[in-house]
Design a protein around this ligand. Structure first.
Ligand code: SF4
Length: 243
């Protein structure tokens, strides 16, 4: 059972204070406050290189929790390994309790019938397991308010489903901020971005879970297209101010 970490903090006050700090200052605060009990969760998605670079500039040995669901694009796995080598990342790769072929043999194409349950098994459980096994008290994520309607009010300091602290240091960043940061630091976008995938997760079969985004649509509109679902479960059940 994880210890409730956030009860020792006033999340609304922290979030309000963090609104005046840069992303790196927020990460530095977290590194000093939580030390080795801090991690970054990365999907190695479209612009994940930003948070990976920002956070490891502050704490080079930071634990990077990433999930290999068995349904990721091969390009994502290659890109993850390339970035890991280039940035010397301390990768902590977690997998679901069942391999993808076994999961399909037992449950069928659950991403079609019940994507919430599919994400709970293939993402949420291994992510919670990672946080428990690694003794994480606070984790960083690269979610941004501009990415979707559901993220528009994301507070910088939040409570996650286990009572741990979750920080969104680049919540305020726009797509332009991301672009210039990548440019200035000679960092790449995910290779599939130039083919129209602006938010990249699983692709268990073509047309499911990750699809291309049409011009003008929000970046996450290509996720679970056709379903009333916007998040995989890693970013739900948090509390905090809705700044
Ligand atoms: S993103 Fe799709 S395939 Fe991946 S865990 Fe969720 S529903 Fe399943």
């Amino acid at each position: 059972m994880a210890t409730e970490v956030v009860s020792a903090y006033d999340l609304d006050e922290l979030s309000a204070d963090f609104e005046h700090l840069s992303a790196q200052e927020i990460i530095r605060w977290a590194a000093e406050e939580f030390g080795d009990d801090l991690a970054l969760s990365s999907s190695f998605g479209a612009d994940s290189a930003v948070m990976l670079h920002l956070a490891t500039q502050v704490k080079p040995d930071l634990k990077i929790i990433t999930l290999d669901t068995g349904f990721l694009f091969p390009e994502t796995l290659r890109w993850r390994d390339e970035l890991a080598e280039r940035l010397n990342l301390n990768l902590c790769i977690y997998r679901p309790a069942m391999t993808a072929p076994d999961f399909v043999a037992e449950h069928g194409k659950m991403w079609r019938s019940n994507p919430d349950a599919c994400c709970a098994f293939n993402k949420r459980e291994p992510f919670n397991r990672a946080k428990r096994e690694l003794g994480i008290r606070c984790w960083l994520t690269g979610i941004r308010r501009q990415q979707s309607e559901t993220r528009r009010c994301a507070a910088i300091a939040q409570r996650d489903n286990l009572g741990l602290m979750k920080l969104c240091p680049i919540a305020r960043w726009t797509a332009k901020d991301v672009h210039y940061y990548l440019l200035e630091n000679d960092l790449p976008y995910h290779p599939l971005r130039e083919r129209g995938f602006l938010s990249i997760g699983c692709e268990p079969e073509e047309g499911f879970c990750t699809t291309k985004v049409k011009p003008g649509q929000d970046p996450r509109s290509g996720r679970w297209a056709g379903f009333d679902k916007t998040e995989c479960g890693l970013h739900v059940h948090e509390q905090g101010s809705g700044i």
